[in-house]
Design a protein around this ligand. Sequence first.
Ligand code: NAD
Length: 257
Amino acid sequence: MQTPYLPLAGLRGLILGVANEHSIAWGCAREAHRQGAQLAFSYLNDKAKQYVAPLAEQVDASLFPCDVTVPGALERFVEQGVASLGGLDFAVHAIAWAPADDLHGRVTDSSRDGFNQAMAISCHTFAELGRLCEPHMVQGGTLVTMTYHGANVAIPHYGIMGPVKAALEGMVRYMALELGPKKICVHAVSPGPIMTRAASGIAGFDELLSTAQARAPLQRLVTQEEVGALTAFLVGAGGSGMTGQTLFVDGGMHAVG
Ligand code: NAD
């Protein structure tokens, strides 16, 4: 019998952002595992652990806590994750948060505190993750974050996450410039709307789903599996010559407005 070809065999990755089976991070983890990668997951807190642990078990991933608002938590997660994997080749950052009042109100009215929290958790942690991963990516590596088209155009109800994602996409370009000499590639993946826990906090999300389905050139929504497949491509050999980009996996919605 022929041995199956596993494009990510031998690669070791950190996955931040699995909350449940609907999470985009879970789509990335499942595909990376299917392609042969070894993984370590973060989970937010004890309440979240009961949902994340069975998923981690399905893909033989180690599991460590990480609430990025807790001082030192990201440092500990990277240290524990890398130790469990015996090295590091890639990291997937799929976390975002904004206070409900600021998320639901006008950007114009957003509080400084709320904006700062959204920016720190959803954007600056990607730079922190890069800094912490860099010394472990001795042969080079790949960092991937998740963004949304609300970074480029104003989308009703996306609110302060729009400017936060715009900053995140800028962060990707600067990190690509700075980490390129270490052979570390940095990417943003921009999925179309997918119903997840984070998405359910956005007012009018159903409308966003139906608009995408009706107007995207492919005339359908995308799946976590498709986001996972693109992410696996980027961390594998296929993405080795690419860095600093935002890649859409949105059925073409970005192209038609
Ligand atoms: P999700 O709710 O499954 O994942 C969000 C994750 O963020 C959760 O695992 C949560 O625990 C984590 N998180 C929040 N605050 C945290 C903190 N303080 N410390 C550590 N982790 C924290 O939702 P999702 O839709 O899979 O979101 C993943 C990423 O994809 C986000 O960056 C989101 O903006 C992005 N995205 C989502 C969509 C969509 O339509 N669902 C589209 C484009 C981009």
